[in-house]
Design a protein around this ligand. Structure first.
Ligand code: DGL
Length: 276
């Protein structure tokens, strides 16, 4: 079985990590649209068209059994368009509002995402459906995405940005009751330790990784602990040095168990999408 993961950048690695923890017998290819990162400040229509075109091109070239849209900002705008052009199943990461609403005791949850995801009608639909009984503190940050990209390049973490995000979650109205935060950007679980350390008290930080791993297992008819995840091809559209550094430095170490067995590992620009 072969999966194709798509994200604007290294955020998809949080989903890859969840697949690895689930020990699915799966080869994973990865495409990062790093030329357009961050997605969170791009116009919706152009973003939808671009995501659809890149995912379609990669799926045609690599013929995965399943495509994983490992990007909330892409899923919440391009889900239907991507599904319409692909013959294989598409598993999408969407804001984990339902599990956050189930977890809270106080009825106050946080939604931490990109500015685009915060504002999408799709996201509002999830809130209406699953968290109508909750007060939702919405915090959109494109800067936090860049902090994660820097972290995975091995660069210093901007703790000022992390602190500002924590302040927006906890210091506003009802912030003192906040007890669960939905991490609705796949980059943010990769910064979980820093978010936890900056928070004024322990709360539940909820991401989509394990749920996506379970869903991929069902779609591919793979039991958990059926084998190991292997990393196959990595495509990117932006700066070669940055994506190589992410996979080659912290990425390689973080996902060493996957990469140990990466005989087929190749990293190359996606032709036709403005690679640097
Ligand atoms: N990782 C993406 C997400 O889940 C977005 C990052 C970006 O803004 O490019 O929303």
């Amino acid at each position: 079985m072969r999966a194709l993961l798509f994200d604007s950048g290294v955020g998809g690695l949080s989903i890859l990590g969840a697949l690895a923890r689930a020990e699915l017998d799966l080869t994973c290819d990865f495409v990062a649209d790093s030329a357009w990162l961050p997605y969170g400040d791009k116009p919706a229509a152009a973003l939808s068209a671009r995501v659809t075109a890149i995912v379609q091109a990669a799926a045609q070239a690599w013929e995965p059994s399943v495509v994983i849209l490992a990007c909330n900002t892409a899923s919440t705008i391009a889900l239907d368009a991507v599904r319409a052009v692909l013959p294989m199943p598409v598993v999408v990461v969407v804001p984990p509002i339902k599990p956050a609403a189930e977890r809270t005791r106080s009825g106050v949850i946080g939604l931490l995402a990109t500015p685009a995801t915060i504002a999408r009608p799709f996201t509002q639909g999830l809130i209406d459906q699953f968290a109508a009984h909750c007060r939702v503190i919405r915090v959109g940050s494109a800067e936090l995405v860049q902090v994660v990209e820097a972290k995975l390049r091995g660069a210093a973490i901007d703790h000022g940005v992390v602190g500002a995000v924590i302040a927006r979650l906890f210091d506003g109205p009802d912030g003192e009751k906040l007890d669960a935060v939905a991490l609705a950007c796949t980059h943010f679980p990769l910064l979980r330790d820093e978010l936890e350390a900056a928070a004024p008290r322990p709360i539940a930080w909820i991401d989509s990784g394990d749920a996506i791993a379970r869903r991929v297992g069902v779609v591919c008819a793979l039991a958990s602990h059926s084998g190991a995840v292997r990393l196959g091809r990595v495509g990117f559209t932006g700066n070669a040095a940055a994506i190589r550094a992410a996979f080659g430095a912290v990425g390689f170490q973080t996902f060493a168990p996957i990469l140990e067995d990466a005989a087929g590992f190749r990293i190359a620009p996606m032709a036709g999408f403005g690679a640097a």
